[in-house]
Design a protein. Structure first.
Ligand SMILES: [Zn+2]
Ligand SMILES: [Zn+2]
Length: 343
């Protein structure tokens, strides 16, 4: 629980087991994973200061078992192995009613705007529950939220037989690399700022070539390798303005530019030459389609090679009590995904 509005103001505290409301379920967690968002909350950075109200049990990525259901719940049952979509939506607004609940006008995120799941027990709406294949390891199930972000981004176009550049090799960039590989991308280039550890992980999970922007002229290298034309698809996952503009310059005319990264402030880009005259398509990606992305993700988790890559990307699995160490490792950049186990 974030008990104090300050850096490191997170503590393990004893609370009552929550009681599910009529449309909620109670879940006993087996595994939770640490998201970049959680590190922001732990660090109490300006974003967290503006958004989070303490005290708050945070965390939103989990895998567990349903142990109790509310009186009106019929869609899931006690004993189901589950994870969940962290966007709580109203199912009433124009976006929800037109099949775009991931951009609901009244979205609330558990672990950010309301009680999250870094706990032995948590309550979430039954609508948000995703039933897992009980044979899948809980650590894989717990990362379906970021894996879903990667799937949502990659599936915003057809990467099969296409060359792809992925900017940023954080956990979601690594997952996108693995997803592009199983989707049959012809060449996958991954660009990192200066993190050699993550560049190496990217090569392990399918990057054909990785580049470090701090040491190499990424634009020149990728244009040379693509006969000056650039890549068919760019996935911007770094949140870095410089990388964004490099991405525009290495994208082929008529290409697809998907943006999952978020930026500290508005960034200048050359719309005229890089977007209009190149005739590219730009798309912003947030959350996961509810629940089409979850269905695709579930199907992809049936592919053994993707699961193998996931176990490479999950570099740390440690006891829940060691969460401070987990945050530290995430912040160091010397990790892929960090999972905390409760059993
Ligand atoms: Zn997350
Ligand atoms: Zn809505």
């Amino acid at each position: 629980m974030k008990v104090r509005p300050e850096y490191d103001g997170t503590e393990i505290v004893e609370v009552d087991i929550p009681k599910p409301g009529p449309t909620e379920v109670l879940i006993r967690n087996k595994c939770v994973s640490i998201c970049g968002t959680d590190v922001h909350i732990f660090d109490w950075d300006p974003w967290a200061q503006g958004r989070i109200k303490t005290p708050l049990i945070y965390g939103h990525e989990f895998a567990g078992e349903i142990v109790e259901v509310g009186s009106a719940v019929t869609s899931v049952k006690v004993g189901d192995q589950v994870s969940g979509e962290c966007h709580i939506v109203d199912n009433r607004c124009e976006m929800c009613q037109s099949g775009r609940a991931h951009i609901c006008d009244n979205v609330e995120i558990f672990g950010v705007d309301r009680t999250g799941i870094f706990a032995e027990y948590c309550c979430i709406p039954a609508f948000n529950v995703w039933v897992n294949d009980p044979t899948l390891p809980p650590e894989f199930c717990s990362v379906q939220d970021p894996l879903g972000n990667a799937v949502h981004t990659v599936f915003s176009t057809n990467v099969s037989g296409q060359s792809v550049a992925i900017l940023g090799a954080g956990p979601i960039g690594l997952m996108a690399t693995a997803v592009c590989k199983v989707c049959g991308a012809s060449e996958i280039y991954v660009v990192e700022g200066n993190n050699k550890y993550r560049a190496k992980l990217a090569r392990k999970v399918g990057a054909y070539k990785t580049f470090l922007a701090s040491e190499q002229d990424v634009e020149k290298e990728i244009l040379e390798r693509t006969n000056g034309a650039g890549v068919d698809v760019v996935l911007e996952m770094s949140g870095n303005a410089h990388a964004f503009n490099t991405g525009l310059r290495i994208l082929k005319k008529g290409g697809h530019f998907a943006i999952l990264g978020v930026y500290k402030e508005p960034i200048p880009i050359d719309i005229t030459d890089m977007v209009v005259f190149k005739g590219i398509t730009m798309v912003g990606i947030t959350g996961r389609h509810m629940f089409k992305t979850w269905q695709i993700t579930k199907n992809l988790l049936n592919i053994p090679s993707l699961c193998e890559d996931l176990s490479t990307i999950i570099t740390h699995n440690m006891p829940f009590e060691d969460f401070k160490k987990g945050m530290e490792i995430m912040r160091s950049g010397q990790s892929g995904k960090v999972v905390l186990s409760l059993e």
